[in-house]
Design a protein around this ligand. Structure first.
Ligand code: PLP
Length: 409
């Protein structure tokens, strides 16, 4: 079937984080383009499967350990990436961020260092710190309208005894990079040199631009699989974040024991949600056609933004977005002060984005725009941004507004 992604869907009153819990200080009529879920309808086979499941009328304890599910998940990765996952290496977690928290506890001690590459998805920092571990930043380097890794710095950070491993964001949120095989090989080489683990967060791997292919780290480096854990999920891919279901691939049998002890025994997370199970089965077995259409729609929204910025906001730079539906835009040419930029976007333009600085100080002066929304919303967003920036260039911010928004999350 042909999906209609142009038609806005009212999400208010559904207790959605994105629409019903806007950041404080943002006007009620602001466009909500921050949290990473889509304002686009789910695939029809998922909706049908959920309706049919509801008709069974009972929603009791549900087994994750079943071949139907494991075949669907492993089948997806084999079909789309040529990645063969052993079913016994596949573990359930109610989310990738919870999985990262579990893994940090399984693999490290309090005070240990964990490498991340900022600007990066900020819950990495929150989770490391909340578990009393230390964030070790190896910042990405801006190169033209994209980013690259600083391998010399990464080597130095891995060399330190206290730093036990790295959380790799692949593809990277927010900078939109799909790492090349060459780059990933270098990361593995360095980790191998110092015998350190890598948690590869591949939650955005299905959402690459049409001509770009993601490389699963475990497929690339099978010889190092005992030190790699991959985290994937249907949540971003199929707009199912609320069903809280992710796929954690742990080839190392010792790590599997630790995971089972920590997750299944200590935290009693043995069963899964029946709606999640139903949705994921439908997604991974009947979701290809929807995904092809939604990717094309996201691609065209990104092209629209790139063309709009080139025509109307020449001092802004759209970072090349190879994956995700999150556009990372450099607005320092207009406003280098992150606090003023936040005020300008939220209060003046009425746009709720994820402010760049929350991804690390390297992101100050950038905004992250969620473009998985109907085109009319994206058009309205860009017009509001243009008008606010033009006004700001002429008059600056009025004084009372300058004082209203504190620079915190
Ligand atoms: C890189 C990355 N990891 C994890 C998540 C969230 O994962 P989950 O909702 O499964 O905890 C996100 C959400 O935006 C993300 O961008």
């Amino acid at each position: 079937m042909k999906y209609d992604f142009d038609k806005p869907i009212d999400r208010t009153g559904t207790h959605s984080v994105k629409c019903d819990a806007m950041p404080s200080g943002v006007p009620q009529d602001a466009l909500s383009l921050w949290v990473a879920d889509m304002d686009l309808p789910c695939a029809q086979p998922i909706l049908d499967a959920l309706h049919q499941r509801i008709d069974r009328k009972i929603f009791g304890y549900t087994l994750y350990e079943n071949d139907e599910l494991k075949d669907a998940v492993t089948g997806w990765y084999q079909r789309h990436f040529g990645w063969i996952i052993d079913k016994s290496d596949l573990f359930y977690s109610p989310g990738v961020v919870p999985a990262i928290a579990f893994l940090i506890n399984c693999l490290t001690e309090e005070g240990d260092g964990i490498i991340i590459q900022r600007p990066v998805y900020y819950p990495f920092t929150d989770t490391i710190e909340a578990n009393s571990r230390k964030v070790v930043n190896s910042p990405l380097l801006r190169s033209g309208n994209t980013y690259v890794m600083d391998f010399a710095d990464l080597d130095e950070k891995f060399a330190e005894e206290k730093n036990k491993g790295m959380i790799l964001c692949s593809p990277h949120n927010p900078v939109g990079r799909v790492w090349t095989e060459d780059e990933l090989c270098k990361v593995v080489e360095i980790a191998k040199k110092y015998d350190k683990w890598i948690i590869s967060d591949e939650i955005h791997s299905d959402l690459t631009r049409s001509n770009i292919v993601h490389t699963p780290l475990l497929k690339l480096a099978p010889e190092y699989s005992h030190r790699i854990i991959a985290c994937t999920a249907p949540s971003k891919t199929f707009n199912l974040a609320g069903i809280q279901f992710s796929n954690i691939i742990i080839p190392n049998k010792e790590y599997q024991k630790k995971w089972n002890h920590f997750v299944s025994n200590r935290f009693s997370l043995g069963f899964c949600n029946p709606f999640g199970l139903t949705a994921i089965l439908a997604a991974y077995t009947q979701g290809d056609d929807w995904l092809t259409q939604v990717k094309a729609y996201i691609d065209s929204n990104i092209q629209y933004i790139e063309a709009f910025v080139a025509e109307h906001l020449p001092k802004a730079q759209v970072i090349n977005c190879q994956a995700t539906y999150l556009v990372w835009i450099d607005l320092r040419g207009y406003c280098s002060d992150a606090k003023q930029l936040k005020t300008l976007m939220q209060k003046e333009a009425g746009l709720a984005f994820d402010e760049g600085y929350i991804f690390g100080e390297e992101g100050a002066g950038y905004e992250r725009i969620n473009v998985a929304a109907p085109r009319c919303i994206i058009e309205e967003c860009m017009n509001r941004m243009k008008n606010a920036i033009e006004h700001y260039e002429k008059t600056g911010l009025p004084d009372p507004i300058k004082k209203t928004l504190p620079l915190h999350k």
